[in-house]
Ligand binder design. Structure first.
Ligand code: FES
Length: 235
């Protein structure tokens, strides 16, 4: 059996050796057929002979005819112009944005309220609306001013002297919002001759200080001023 195997191997080797030249011959033949075809090749390889490997097209037709400094000047002009246009656009955009964010005219008008005090007789209340809240303006009589000042401040729940709550003793200006839960108290009512909150029964005196009931604090004093004798500006 062994000699037979050896013989078989030798036969396989010799057949492989015999087939190699045939394959090489067939490859070279194919190349030569392609090279000697009836249509001549139009492609010239850049990798052959003395030809350069990179062929750069001629761009001289597109080159600027003017000098280099003129081109530079034009470049600077374009950059400057575009920069100015961009800056103007950015400024306008920011301005519009800020304008939209700002308070509208009606809100600004409500920011301050001017009141003609000459129209409010002594001993009377006036309620105006300021920033969506009621404001009480009381033209106090001399008797009311004296009554407000004779109170023992230290005994109050929210100790505050009357003179610290008014700029002019005859004019009491305060927010008409109960400091308990925000109801609007009723004027000239309650046990202390001032204001009474019907929601839960808070009593405020003639200076707007809490005297009885669940409210923890005196009625709040807004920012106001008297630019003229008979003029009050709130806000
Ligand atoms: S809201 Fe005025 S007493 Fe409660």
């Amino acid at each position: 059996m062994a000699p037979l195997t050896t013989l078989a191997r030798a036969a396989v080797r010799s057949s492989a050796a015999a087939s190699l030249p045939v394959r090489a011959l067939s490859t070279s033949a194919a190349c030569s057929v392609a090279a000697s075809g009836t249509t001549s090749p139009s492609y010239s390889s850049p990798f052959k002979g003395a030809q350069k490997s990179t062929q750069v097209p001629d761009f001289s037709h597109y080159m600027a005819k003017s000098s280099g400094s003129t081109n530079q000047l034009f470049g600077y002009f374009m950059v400057g112009t575009l920069g100015a246009i961009s800056a103007a656009g950015a400024k306008s955009t920011i301005q519009e944005f800020l304008k939209n964010m700002a308070a509208s005219a009606d809100v600004l008008a409500m920011a301050k309220v001017e009141v003609d005090l000459a129209a409010i007789p002594e001993g009377k209340n006036v309620i105006i609306k300021w920033r969506g809240k009621p404001v009480f303006i009381r033209h106090r009589t001399q008797g009311e001013i004296e009554e407000a000042n004779k109170v023992n401040v230290s005994a109050l729940r929210d100790p505050q002297a009357d003179e610290d709550r008014v700029k002019k003793p005859e004019w009491l200006v305060m927010l008409g919002v109960c400091t308990h839960l925000g109801c609007v108290p009723i004027g000239e009512a309650g046990d202390f001759g001032g204001w009474f909150c019907p929601c839960h029964g808070s009593h405020y005196d003639i200076s707007g200080r809490i005297r009885k009931g669940p409210a923890p604090l005196n009625l709040e004093i807004p920012v106001y001023d008297f630019p003229e004798d008979d003029k009050l500006v709130i806000g």
